[in-house]
Design a protein around this ligand. Structure first.
Ligand code: PAF
Length: 283
């Protein structure tokens, strides 16, 4: 496995792979890799001949009061995990490499970046769309792999790729969970043992939503009320939002009468966690 720190070197190595007729898969990450990331790298290794993993804690997607500085950066563990999962190349640029001067060109995806997390993290999705555009331009992959845990991010990146005619396909992979149901996230590192137990309430509430919809209760507010009960029972949990929205447009819906995204953001102590499921009653 090769490691590239500069745009010039990653481009050269990708060009070499391409000249041998290899297809290129990209797994964009911010490091602190967990089993969710590993599943993306393994999928990339199955679907493409040359796997690039980018590790870059992107400053432009963090708000001024967010955890950019303390975000975990276990570099050696991440490199070992990439090697083991089948990566061919890790692109680990510095902030200076990615943003050498004041950034004036931004990519924004209207509408999809406004609801859900967008209400609480105003410039977050602009930062995500911009850094993904940069990574796609640098690596020029055929495929890029994202996790369903970041449902809003995946929809937005897909829309961006379609609207801007970017020549790659976005592959969305299932959320990987702990035994308790807690979705894998780099931010789980911040949780104390008790908070980790409390954090299982997110998925427990999502399971309740699925169970209610399965039993024919499709009124969104009724479902949200039951989810709220489950989450508020956990001592360290504070709800940021629980919403049921159209799974394609992210517009709020009153009834689950089409594919619906049930999404939530909850603070467990000082740690903000997100999770979601899709309920498709047609299936
Ligand atoms: O999902 C993430 O880890 C980040 O938002 C991404 C896609 C790597 C962009 O920085």
């Amino acid at each position: 496995m090769k490691i590239a720190k500069t745009i010039r070197s990653v481009r050269k190595l990708v060009r070499q792979a391409r000249s041998k007729g290899k297809s290129v898969g990209l797994v964009p990450t911010m490091g602190a890799l967990h089993r969710g990331h590993i599943s993306l790298i393994e999928k990339a290794a199955k679907d493409s001949d040359f796997v690039v993993v980018s590790i870059f804690v992107n400053p432009t997607q963090f708000g001024p009061k967010e955890d950019f500085k303390k975000y975990p950066r276990p570099v050696q563990d991440d490199l070992n995990a990439c090697r083991k999962a089948g990566a061919d190349l890790v692109f680990a640029p510095s902030a200076k490499q990615m943003y050498p001067r004041q950034n004036l060109a931004w990519v924004s995806v209207e509408k999809l970046s406004e609801p859900l997390c967008g209400r609480f993290r105003p410039d977050h999705f602009r930062g995500v769309a911009t850094v993904c555009t940069k990574l796609f331009n640098i690596v020029q992959p055929d495929l890029a792999f994202f996790g369903q845990k970041d449902a809003q991010q995946t929809l937005l990146v897909k829309q961006m790729v379609a609207d801007l005619n970017m020549p790659l396909k976005i592959v969305v992979c299932p959320t990987v969970r702990e035994k308790t149901g807690l979705a894998m996230s780099s931010r789980n590192h911040y949780l104390t043992p008790q908070e980790k137990i409390d954090a299982a309430c997110l998925y427990k509430s999502l399971r309740k939503a699925r169970q209610m919809a399965g039993a024919g209760i499709i009124d969104a507010q009724k479902i949200i009320a039951q989810m709220r009960k489950i989450i508020t029972a956990a001592a360290s949990a504070k709800i940021e939002y629980i919403e049921i929205v159209d799974a394609k447009t992210l517009c709020p819906i009153k009834k689950i009468d089409r594919p619906a995204l049930v999404a939530l953001a909850v603070r467990i102590g000082r740690t903000r966690l997100i999770d979601n499921i899709i309920i498709d009653s047609q299936k």
